[in-house]
Design a protein around this ligand. Structure first.
Ligand code: SAM
Length: 270
């Protein structure tokens, strides 16, 4: 824990200002660089193909992060933070399970597969879980790391920006993404349509949203070339938004998640 986190971390407003200056200092040299930093799906795939099981190790070693909850900075383990992110998904699954015996779920950009493990351990055979990711490397690393724990959970390589195959259309009660669409800055419309096409009932996106971002995050969204047009894309497509807003819990002080829920068919009869 550095000085910044131990001392300044006690004052959220101060940390926001420090993060802002830090992001600005990182952004400016970016434009001077000869490298073309803007992402297409293949860039994301190549980036993620190069990652080992560090995310899983950090997660199960209870690494702590400086998070924000209800406007206060707090330390939380990776697992505590992820469980907070999973809360809206759990709420949707519980709602669906109240009216049907089994729920089929697809995670788009399942990557390290930690969400799939957490959900299968929570719900067992009351859910049928599947995951897609653009990076075969991520899926192989997860399969090696989790071994038997992923048995029964089908995962395969697919980009959510490609046209939805007919066999995938309206196949899952719930389709969700968590920090996957953030990697797709220039195909937001195709990506959101891809989630929607695969869903029967609900789409849940836990992603950075420009409109709800603080200053430092906006700079980061530009510098890292993360998505900046998620809400406009949803609105352009005309999909009904059941909920949009900040999550209330932030596992990252520089790249907060927001929540967007779309209702396709209300099987719960509300
Ligand atoms: C930040 S990781 C998030 C992984 C996981 N959802 C989680 O919450 O830990 C983003 C993931 O999205 C995947 N991804 C990026 N672009 C994608 C695309 N076009 N289609 C499917 N997956 C994609 C990446 O390969 C990566 O595994």
């Amino acid at each position: 824990m550095g000085l910044k986190h131990s001392l300044i971390g006690q004052f959220p407003w101060l940390l926001d200002r420090v993060n802002y200056v830090e992001q600005l200092a990182k952004l400016l040299p970016h434009f001077a660089s000869k490298r073309n930093p803007w992402k297409i799906p293949i860039t994301s795939r190549d980036l993620y193909d190069a990652i080992d099981a560090k995310e899983q190790r950090d997660y199960y070693n209870d690494r702590k992060r400086l998070c924000r909850s209800g406007g206060r900075n707090i330390w939380a383990t990776e697992r505590e933070a992820r469980m907070k992110y999973l809360e809206p998904i759990v709420r949707e699954i519980d709602g669906l399970l109240a009216v049907q015996d089994r729920v089929s779920i697809l995670e788009v950009g399942c990557g390290n597969c930690i969400n799939l493990i957490e959900l299968t351990e929570r719900y067992g055979d009351r859910i049928v879980l599947k995951g897609i990711d653009i990076s075969s490397g991520r899926l192989n690393v997860a399969r090696d790391y989790f071994g038997d724990r992923l048995v029964g959970i089908e995962t395969w390589v697919e980009s959510i920006t490609d046209p939805t195959p007919d066999a995938q259309k309206a196949q899952y009660d719930l389709v969700f993404s968590m920090h996957c669409l953030e990697q797709i800055p220039y195909a937001a419309v195709q990506a959101v349509a891809g989630l929607w096409d695969r869903a029967i009932s609900r789409v849940v996106m836990i992603e950075p949203v420009w409109e709800y971002a603080r200053g430092a995050q906006r700079l980061k969204l530009v510098r890292d070339d993360y998505i900046r047009t998620l809400l406009p894309a949803v609105r352009y497509l005309g999909y009904p938004i059941q909920h949009e807003g900040p999550l209330g819990f932030e596992s990252s002080q520089k790249n907060q998640s927001s929540l967007i829920i779309l209702t396709k068919t209300d099987t719960r009869g509300e």
